[in-house]
Write a protein that binds this ligand. Structure first.
Ligand code: BG6
Ligand code: MG
Length: 212
């Protein structure tokens, strides 16, 4: 029996994935690296530094030091935060807000399970910070998805066993993380195209047909 729903944030509840794309594209252009949608899809769910390492697979220049890589990751985050600064509550659809409150009404606990260290900043901007029973994010983990840590921590914060949790994800790495945690999985967006989750949906509100 499922008691709890753990939502990825970027690309599931808010479309910050388009801002990640713009910010990484800017870094890629500065370094003369080819960047496209299929590379971008590999960045979903993984940590900032892991994203940079994926991007640098296409880098033809000299080997970069750890300090240079840290500076690039920080610059990407600065570009990204400039875009996040313009977000407002209107960036969350009525359908997402209604689905979250209906799940609460049905008695489910709900949590965020995001690799992002900007998760709380985003939730504040879009006025969703108080909607969740727990928030597990990039600030409380050592390993990002596909490692299950962020979801296992969310289950711990909710005080629920992992096999009572269901994960909602747009990243292939996130579905793998949910499965590794022993949780049920629902894929949306890019992850739904991979057909590796227990359920595939095209709209968050479809969860209400799965979680009765
Ligand atoms: C995830 C995104 O939610 O957070 C990844 O899908 C991103 O693309 C990761 O790299 C880390 O985000 P941040 O905001 O800490 O750079
Ligand atoms: Mg995501």
């Amino acid at each position: 029996m499922i008691t709890s729903v753990i939502f990825d944030l970027d690309g599931v509840l808010v479309f910050t994935d388009k801002y990640h794309y713009i910010a990484w594209k800017k870094i890629a252009d500065e370094l003369g690296i080819h960047f496209d949608e299929s590379i971008n899809n590999r960045l979903r769910g993984v940590s900032r530094m892991d994203c940079l390492n994926i991007l640098l697979e296409g880098y033809k220049g000299k080997v970069l030091s750890d300090d240079e890589k840290e500076a690039l990751a920080t610059r990407k985050n600065d570009y990204y935060r400039e875009l996040l600064a313009g977000m407002t509550p209107a960036d969350v659809s009525d359908s997402v807000r209604d689905t979250l409150s209906e799940l609460k009404k049905r008695g489910y606990l709900i949590s965020i399970g995001s690799s992002s260290r900007n998760a709380k900043f985003i939730l504040d901007k879009v006025a969703l910070a108080d909607a969740f029973d727990a928030i597990s994010d990039g600030n409380n983990i050592d390993h990002s998805k596909p490692n299950p840590e962020v979801f296992v921590k969310a289950a711990n914060f909710l005080n629920q066993p992992c096999n009572r949790c269901l994960v909602v994800e747009d990243a292939k790495a996130g579905i793998s993380a949910g499965k590794a945690a022993g949780m049920a999985t629902v894929a949306i967006g890019d992850a739904a195209k991979c057909h590796i989750a227990d359920h595939n949906i095209s709209e968050v509100s479809e969860l209400l047909g799965i979680l009765l």
